[in-house]
Design a protein around this ligand. Structure first.
Ligand SMILES: [Zn+2]
Length: 384
């Protein structure tokens, strides 16, 4: 059967806890091949990580090209005995489909596939442009052998994505309340203050980094990085630890360190943000305190898909099915959209996230049906 409920159930029955595939991509491959897609199964790996199966499938060879992205891997079931119905059963009870991945995000993938199959059946088996699926088995864990490499692989074949819908569970309370159109960037660092070690009884012969790091922490925390932007809340620098590593009570330590993380909006990128914080640190140090920041490498840049024709057609498809006008949100944690955004505009819209990663993860069957209609509405508008 090609409906969203059957496809979700078939996917949930594959216990594809990262890095295992457990047959999940095969479920999609069979349906996609039968519908005329050219299907590629690509395995990526690198030293120290597990090899991961990925799938890229496309039908059509002209523009515009819309891609549905997602991940078939899931987090572990946790205490399986605590589930009301088997964690990998895909059982439907009282209008809900139960199982790990039901909302995050096998249900979302199933709805997009069901919508595409319907669309093709109604249009002689061919889209007016191209439709693809970009599906990875490596999102929930370290995310190194998945979407980031699959996008490079697709680009190396000379293929270009024009727009992408990522079916992560974007809704907070009810279907239709939220489209994610961006995410804040993340940058971590360690503040290091050098002093001079010495005996506490002779402080004039030492330089104590402890009071100095306290002053610097206050200085860097207090001054706002910005006041937000059109689509984002204000950026925030948060200290998370202070470490001296001193076991003696009569020794002034030689060095103090403090870790912090910054969640930043589109007023910054990694380079300008680091320069801003380095400059504020230099000012706070004057020519007395010796301090520096060790910046950590980060692949989590800020991105935003500006409101326009693409977000409008999604909003309109959602409104038609749910009667709700979704908020265009940039809140929350990170997802593979951060990688996709380097290639094309991307929005995230899927099921309701309430039970994701919990015991008894489940989705309303009616939500699977509505989400399929919404994706179908997106396709109709996209190729109109
Ligand atoms: Zn997810």
């Amino acid at each position: 059967m090609n409906d969203a409920v059957s496809i979700t159930r078939d996917l949930v029955r594959c216990p594809s806890v990262t890095p295992a595939d457990a047959g999940a991509l095969g479920v999609l491959e069979n349906l996609l091949k039968a519908a005329g897609f050219e299907v590629h199964r690509v395995t990526f790996g690198e030293p120290g990580t597990a090899d991961i199966d990925n799938l890229y499938a496309r039908i059509g060879d002209s523009a515009p090209h819309i891609s549905f992205a997602g991940h078939t891997d899931v987090v572990p079931a946790g205490d399986e005995a605590a589930w009301s119905h088997g964690a990998f059963s895909g059982e439907v009870r009282d209008g809900f489909l139960y199982g790990r991945g039901a909302v995050d995000m096998k249900g979302g993938i199933a709805c997009s596939l069901a919508a595409v199959l319907q669309y093709l059946a109604d249009h002689g088996g061919k889209p007016k442009g191209s439709i693809s699926f970009l599906i990875t088995g490596d999102e929930e864990d370290i995310s190194v052998n998945g979407t980031i490499k699959l996008l490079q692989w697709v680009a190396a074949r000379g293929e270009k994505l024009d727009h992408c819908v990522l079916g992560e569970p974007s809704n907070v309370e009810v279907l239709g309340d939220c489209i994610k159109v961006g995410r804040r960037g993340s940058q971590s660092g360690t503040l290091v203050v050098d002093g001079v070690q010495g005996h506490v009884a002779y402080p004039h012969r030492a330089a104590n980094p402890v009071p100095d790091i306290s002053r610097l922490i206050v200085a860097l925390s207090e001054e706002p990085l910005d006041h937000g932007s059109a689509q984002f809340q204000a950026s925030n620098l948060e200290f998370t630890s202070v470490d001296v590593g001193n076991t003696a009570s009569n020794v002034i330590p030689a060095q103090a360190r403090a870790k912090f993380n910054i969640r930043f909006n589109d007023n910054h990128n990694h380079e300008t943000l680091r320069a801003l914080v380095d400059e504020r640190l230099a000012k706070a140090c004057g020519n007395r305190i010796r301090a520096r920041i060790e910046w950590q490498p980060s692949n989590s840049n800020v991105f935003v898909t500006k409101p326009g024709a693409f977000t409008d057609l999604a909003v309109s498809a959602i409104e038609e099915v749910t009667g709700r006008k979704p908020e265009l949100s940039t809140s929350g944690g990170t997802s593979d959209a951060r990688f996709i955004s380097s290639y094309c505009p991307v929005i995230e819209f899927g099921l309701v996230g309430q039970t994701m990663h919990q015991v008894d993860e489940r989705t309303a069957v009616s939500d699977l049906e509505k989400l399929t209609k919404i994706y179908r509405g997106v396709l109709d508008r996209y190729f109109a």
